[in-house]
Write a protein that binds this ligand. Structure first.
Ligand SMILES: *[C@@H]1O[C@H](CO)[C@@H](O)[C@H](O)[C@H]1NC(C)=O
Ligand SMILES: *[C@@H]1O[C@H](CO)[C@@H](O)[C@H](O)[C@H]1NC(C)=O
Ligand SMILES: *[C@@H]1O[C@H](CO)[C@@H](O)[C@H](O)[C@H]1NC(C)=O
Ligand SMILES: *[C@@H]1O[C@H](CO)[C@@H](O)[C@H](O)[C@H]1NC(C)=O
Ligand SMILES: *[C@@H]1O[C@H](CO)[C@@H](O)[C@H](O)[C@H]1NC(C)=O
Ligand SMILES: *[C@@H]1O[C@H](CO)[C@@H](O)[C@H](O)[C@H]1NC(C)=O
Ligand SMILES: *[C@@H]1O[C@H](CO)[C@@H](O)[C@H](O)[C@H]1NC(C)=O
Ligand SMILES: *[C@@H]1O[C@H](CO)[C@@H](O)[C@H](O)[C@H]1NC(C)=O
Ligand SMILES: *[C@@H]1O[C@H](CO)[C@@H](O)[C@H](O)[C@H]1NC(C)=O
Ligand SMILES: *[C@@H]1O[C@H](CO)[C@@H](O)[C@H](O)[C@H]1NC(C)=O
Ligand SMILES: *[C@@H]1O[C@H](CO)[C@@H](O)[C@H](O)[C@H]1NC(C)=O
Ligand SMILES: *[C@@H]1O[C@H](CO)[C@@H](O)[C@H](O)[C@H]1NC(C)=O
Length: 639
């Protein structure tokens, strides 16, 4: 897994994080301010643990169709006695398609995203104002008695700031000022933005903020960790990133020992990239390795171990917040971090970052510190928690097969139509059209079609296709001839397919596919995807060059256009019985089943399929791509 380019984050347009432990009840949280030690809520300093959940990636009990109900979600947070940190963005990355931007933004004349650019700033201010006003009108800020104690503007902008030169710097100043002037009554943060302008708090995102964070950029700002990555997002062809409970606990304890007062787990609850909401190549399951997995089930021992850690820290939080922090060396790889005040007692964090057990003396007590661990002594005498000692019993998720669809007479199929140029007269262009700008993200699929007269009497020939999109399927006179796909962070695809041309007219149809739009990097508005080169090379060295040629285009598949996945549209096409008899591309399959009994989460095992999208009751449950195997030959996700 590549860690060097830190880009993962938060969800859909608005990002909300719920606080999970040590926050106390929200009884009209009141004014929220901060000092150099922590956030101050109702006059009280607080150590807060929070966990990210992206509400559109969950299935709320109130109504499956209500996944974008932000107000409903924040009210639910309040009803559960939790606080919320609202990360508005509007750019959120988060492995959400197009980083959370709606695609229409692309067509605003002169727009340059996330820069000191008037059109962009107009829409950013418009959206941010709309969300803030919505929250205010529902009384959801802590200053109004609601649960929101913190808001975020932008997201890890420093990663791309240099690409915009001085327009990057002025954009950061503008964004901070614009946000602060919305007067939410609660502080704003910018994550991964060392120069966040006052009074906006710069915060850390990462795996090891206790080691890597250079600290707040002013002595009167607290040390906050807005994204602690409990795992990592997964792409097709990749394997899950598994981070141990011990490792997470070590880094959380270290951050708190080093004056940290806020830790958010990213993600605390994984989720599902329903529909086509995942960004480029990102699988449908999101942070399934989080303490609460994709389905919302506890992943042990992670969940229990972190709970015990939070309880240990909470038990001494008054001393942590009021005591004077000091630190001292106990050995080459061992340190003590102490918070002490005469009237408030004493708390110690004893760190052993060595891979061996270390015998140390701390305040006349002899201790054995196990490898890579932090011990918490809430009274500077007794160890009540050690990050490397897990007392929670591990569990395993068990999938029970309740229904099998392994017989072809359970299925009906509809072969989608392979379009030819005459069927696609609506758009004809003499150059390749850019994929995303043509589909406007209405579909993953864009058909490029052409017809030509075989006047070279080509005998053995090869179709050469290059594309900057993710997948290409090629057809010659409606016959499938070959397909290729790229990889996450790859540079596109190229394929050479041996073909037999017909005498006279020939039709070529190429389905270009985007498996989600990109979500990161500078100049997202001007990315080029789609076909870049198409040629047919004959054995004699002659060739057809179709790069500048009359191409016809069709956005999406016939079945998508007719929405045949909706029950009311099933009769729009003719289904044939005994489906699944072939593995040709572009076939729709349907079946009916009774919902399994009980309350447990239900999963579809699609391991017998190739690549596509699945719907249940008209709701898209996401893409699947079982045929894309990882280095061990396994699908990245099959259920
Ligand atoms: C956003 O812009 C639209 C016009 O494009 C305007 O009608 C609306 O009032 C604006 N909303 C806010 C909150 O600024
Ligand atoms: C942050 O997450 C990483 C990865 O899960 C973990 O190793 C680290 O300990 C965590 N730190 C905090 C403060 O949560
Ligand atoms: C924690 O804060 C105290 C007081 O500001 C400071 O002296 C100390 O160096 C800080 N500790 C770390 C690890 O930064
Ligand atoms: C205490 O922490 C500070 C800040 O990280 C560090 O510079 C200093 O070396 C530490 N002191 C000891 C005695 O470990
Ligand atoms: C540690 O022991 C020494 C000698 O017995 C004593 O002088 C000192 O006060 C003790 N320190 C603490 C913190 O108890
Ligand atoms: C489907 O699976 C069931 C249960 O494993 C098995 O009994 C049955 O023979 C299978 N049917 C076909 C057609 O493979
Ligand atoms: C090519 O497509 C046209 C429709 O656009 C169709 O009439 C024709 O039969 C096709 N030719 C071949 C060889 O398949
Ligand atoms: C994108 O498509 C629109 C038509 O929807 C067109 O006017 C515009 O020129 C296209 N932009 C680019 C960069 O291709
Ligand atoms: C041969 O066919 C190609 C592709 O259809 C066309 O561009 C070219 O003009 C034709 N050449 C002749 C001599 O007809
Ligand atoms: C086909 O045309 C394109 C665009 O003019 C050009 O870049 C490419 O090199 C040509 N291919 C060959 C094989 O000459
Ligand atoms: C499915 O496709 C593979 C590879 O193209 C082929 O070998 C196999 O025979 C096909 N199976 C069916 C049932 O058509
Ligand atoms: C899904 O089905 C395949 C084939 O029947 C099976 O090998 C696999 O174990 C199943 N996956 C799960 C998670 O049950």
């Amino acid at each position: 897994m590549e860690w060097s380019r830190p880009w993962r984050w938060f969800c859909c347009g608005v990002l909300a994080v719920i606080m999970i432990e040590g926050c106390g009840r929200v009884e009209g949280a009141g004014e929220v301010t901060y000092d150099g030690r922590s956030l101050i809520i109702n006059g009280q300093r607080e150590i807060l643990f929070s966990g990210s959940i992206h509400y559109p990636r969950s299935t709320p009990e109130y109504d499956f169709s209500g996944r974008y109900d932000l107000v409903g979600f924040i009210k639910e947070i309040q009803a559960q006695g939790l606080y919320a940190c609202l990360r508005i963005g509007p750019y959120i990355e988060s492995e959400w398609t197009y980083g959370g931007f709606p695609f229409w933004l692309h067509d605003i004349p002169g727009i340059v995203y996330r820069s000191d650019n008037e059109p962009f700033k107009f829409y950013m201010q418009n959206f941010t104002t709309k969300i803030v006003n919505l929250m205010k009108s529902e009384g959801l800020y802590a200053s109004q008695g609601g649960p929101i104690i913190l808001s975020q503007i932008e997201n890890e902008y420093q990663n791309i700031e240099a690409a915009f030169h001085e327009k990057g710097t002025s954009y950061v100043r503008w964004a901070a000022k614009m946000a602060v002037e919305l007067r939410t009554g609660v502080p704003w943060v910018m994550c991964k933005q060392t120069d966040a302008p006052d009074p906006v708090i710069n915060t850390c995102n990462g795996m090891r903020c206790g080691e890597t964070f250079s600290g707040p950029n002013s002595p009167n700002k607290p040390s906050l960790w807005t994204e602690n990555w409990t795992s990592f997002y997964q792409v097709y062809g990749g394997q899950p990133y598994i981070r141990s409970a011990e490792d997470i606990a070590f880094h959380v304890a270290l951050f708190v020992a080093r004056n940290g007062s806020y830790v958010n787990y990213y993600m605390y609850h994984g989720g599902t990239n329903f529909g086509r909401t995942g960004s480029s190549y990102v699988i449908t399951g999101y942070y399934d390795q989080a303490p609460l997995d994709e389905y919302g089930l506890k992943r042990q021992p992670k969940w229990g171990h972190l709970k015990a850690l939070h309880a240990a820290i909470k038990s001494c939080s008054t001393t942590l917040l009021q005591g004077i922090p000091t630190n001292s060396s106990l050995g080459k790889f061992q340190q003590a971090y102490v918070f002490e005040k005469e009237t408030e007692g004493c708390v110690a964090f004893l760190v052993n970052s060595d891979s061996h057990t270390a015998a140390v003396q701390f305040r006349n007590i002899s201790l054995q510190l196990v490898p890579r661990s932090i011990s918490i002594l809430p009274d500077c005498q007794n160890v009540i928690f050690n990050t490397a000692k897990v007392n929670t019993t591990p569990n395993q998720r068990i999938l029970k097969s309740v229904q099998k669809f392994n017989s072809s007479d359970l299925w009906e199929e509809f072969k989608d139509v392979i379009p030819n140029t005459d069927d696609t007269p609506l758009i004809i262009s003499n150059t390749f059209l850019e994929h995303m700008n043509t589909t406007k993200d209405k579909s993953d699929y864009l058909w490029y079609t052409l017809r030509f007269e075989n006047n070279l009497s080509c005998v053995r020939s090869v179709l050469h296709v290059e594309s900057a999109a993710h997948v290409a399927h090629a057809f010659l006179c409606n016959e499938f001839i070959g397909a290729a796909h790229g990889i996450h962070n790859g540079k596109g695809i190229a394929m050479d397919i041996p073909i037999m041309l017909h005498d006279g007219m020939n039709n070529i149809s190429i389905a270009s596919v985007m498996v989600g739009l990109p979500d990161s990097g500078a100049f997202l508005e001007s990315r080029y995807t789609g076909l870049t080169r198409v040629e047919i090379h004959c054995s004699g060295g002659e060739f057809y060059n179709f790069t500048n040629y009359a191409w016809g285009y069709q956005v999406g598949l016939r079945g998508e256009k007719l929405q045949i996945y909706m029950e009311e549209n099933l009769d729009e096409v003719v289904w044939s019985q005994n489906g699944i008899s072939t593995n040709q591309t572009f076939i729709w399959y349907k079946t009916f089943f009774d919902a399994p009994a009980g309350e447990d989460p239900v999963a579809l095992n699609l391991s017998g399929m190739g690549k596509g999208e699945a719907w249940v009751n008209g709701q898209s449950i996401g893409r699947y791509w079982v045929s894309f195997r990882d280095s061990q030959g396994n699908p990245s996700q099959s259920t």
